[in-house]
Design a protein around this ligand. Structure first.
Ligand code: ARG
Length: 469
């Protein structure tokens, strides 16, 4: 541990930083994750500086070579991070100077750690967004295939978690797919605002060197330089936007998880989750627990927490950079890790779900799920909807007393309630007739479900090709 003042900014200090304060203010413990993007940013900066004549080509080459060496050292595990050097930027810069001498000290010309860190996080997040985008694509694909395979598989549809009307399992799964598609779109929209270059803003006001920010932007694949230097170093709303995308996604995955947990219970008995996604109990030998969906449901809370942390972190900050911003990283990193973990588990698990067709079908037969179909039948025979509703209500009350579903009643039994009921009523009282009758875009009829799956597949193609929608 050094007793000198900090080599990067110690010039105006008369005593070294207190050891506890150094540890308290350091970010190297977590921002080391940014090493690759920090090095890429520095290489682009040095390249631009040489292009505009602030560095010589030799100096640039020495810097670029030194930085690439350092990246290899880091990846080989040959680097010890120093808390005295505070953060990833100063750790790498000090290492560069150790390696290439005085030229290393020129790298920071026309730059500040304020625009450097803002650039690093954006580069990091852009890569993570692309990785998450392809996992979302994989999940959507799995859902579409599962839905297509089960376009005819009948299950009860619920409102208030009470049996409402029969739907197909494929239709239900495509509802999930819609949620995930909107999340995918939100992510790609967020990417557009992430992909803006802060470098050049320097500490807050810009720099006196004749920099060319378009060159740096192009070298790093950013769409354009940030318009305002004060905003560029202090804006973190791109991170808030990402975390809000993550929160909404996890909210959706949590809803899906809740259904999977319910459905895999003995009481519902709708699905079988493959053993590889479940665990047993150390005491109850019969147990097979749906751990993966339970954990995804549980992890939703921490991501909401990160969103709240970031919103609160930013809410009172005056322009421009404040040290508060160092607190943006851990919530962001953990949100990224959590989203990636949950998505990987889901993308593997969802297509492997096995619906228990007989059990779903039997459940749909209970609870008078075709009552609305009987009412619609009466309306087609000229009965007013309110009267039809009343007639069917009375038939259901009779069915409850007799322990019979509507489709189990004889024609005579049904005709006690209305003389408008004829033999063809059984076409609409069956589950197959009920789902087939909802035959329009967005309806649960099997061929509509297949058509919808096809449209979903088509929408996915450009997303896969371009990484965006
Ligand atoms: N570790 C800092 C952060 O994460 C880097 C920027 C520090 N800038 C400064 N002027 N102290 O935000």
């Amino acid at each position: 541990m050094t007793q000198q003042t900090n080599q990067s900014w110690g010039g105006r200090f008369s005593e070294p930083t207190d050891a506890f304060v150094a540890a308290f203010t350091a970010s190297i413990g977590f921002d080391q994750r940014l090493y690759h993007h920090d090095i890429r940013g520095s290489i682009a900066h040095a390249t631009m500086l040489a292009r505009v004549g602030v560095l010589t080509d030799d100096e640039r080459d020495a810097i670029v070579e030194g930085l690439n060496d350092i990246e290899r050292d880091i990846e080989a595990g040959n680097i010890e991070w120093s808390v005295e050097l505070e953060d990833i930027h100063m750790n790498i810069e000090a290492r560069l100077t150790d390696k290439i001498g005085i030229t290393g000290k020129k790298l920071h010309t026309g730059r500040s750690r304020n625009d450097q860190i803002a650039t690093d996080i954006r580069l990091y997040l852009r890569d993570e967004i692309d990785a998450i985008g392809s996992e979302l694509g994989r999940l959507r694909e799995g859902m579409i295939e599962l839905a297509d395979r089960h376009a005819d598989t009948i299950m009860p549809g619920f409102t208030h978690l009470q049996t409402a009307q029969p739907v197909t399992f494929g239709h239900h799964v495509l509802a999930w797919q819609e949620m995930i598609t909107r999340d995918h779109e939100r992510l790609m929209d967020c990417r557009r605002r992430v992909n803006i270059l802060p470098l050049g803003a320097a500490a807050l006001a810009g720099t006196t060197y004749p920099i060319d920010r378009h060159v740096t932007a192009e070298l790093l694949g950013f769409d354009r330089p940030a318009e305002n230097s004060l905003d560029a170093v202090s804006d973190r709303d791109f991170a808030i936007e990402f975390t809000s995308f993550a929160s909404i996604l996890l909210m959706h995955m949590s809803r899906i998880s809740e259904e999977l947990v319910l459905w895999s219970s003995a009481q519902f008995d709708f699905i079988d989750l493959p053993d590889r996604f479940c665990t047993g109990s150390s005491i109850m030998p019969q147990k097979k627990n749906p751990d993966v969906p339970e954990l995804v449901r549980g992890k939703t809370g921490r991501v909401y927490g990160h969103l709240m942390s970031l919103l609160t972190l930013m809410k009172s900050q005056p322009l421009a950079y404040n040290k508060d911003n160092q607190e943006d990283k851990e919530p962001l990193f953990d949100s990224v890790d959590t989203v990636k973990g949950c998505l990987r588990a889901f993308a593997d698990m969802i297509p492997a779900i096995e619906p228990k067709k007989t059990s779903m079908y039997e459940a749909a037969r209970k609870g008078f799920s075709t009552a609305t179909d009987l009412a619609d039948y009466l309306v087609r025979a000229g009965v007013a909807f309110r009267d039809a509703h009343e007639i069917v209500g009375t038939s259901v009350a009779y069915g409850i007393k007799q322990g019979k579903d509507l489709s189990d009643m004889t024609l005579e039994e049904l005709r006690q309630f209305s003389s408008d009921i004829h033999e063809d009523v059984f076409d609409v009282l069956t589950l197959e007739g009920s789902v087939a009758a909802r035959n329009h875009i967005g309806g649960t009829a099997p061929h509509q479900v297949r058509a919808s799956a096809q449209r979903a597949r088509d929408a996915l193609k450009p997303a896969h090709a371009g990484g965006a929608q």
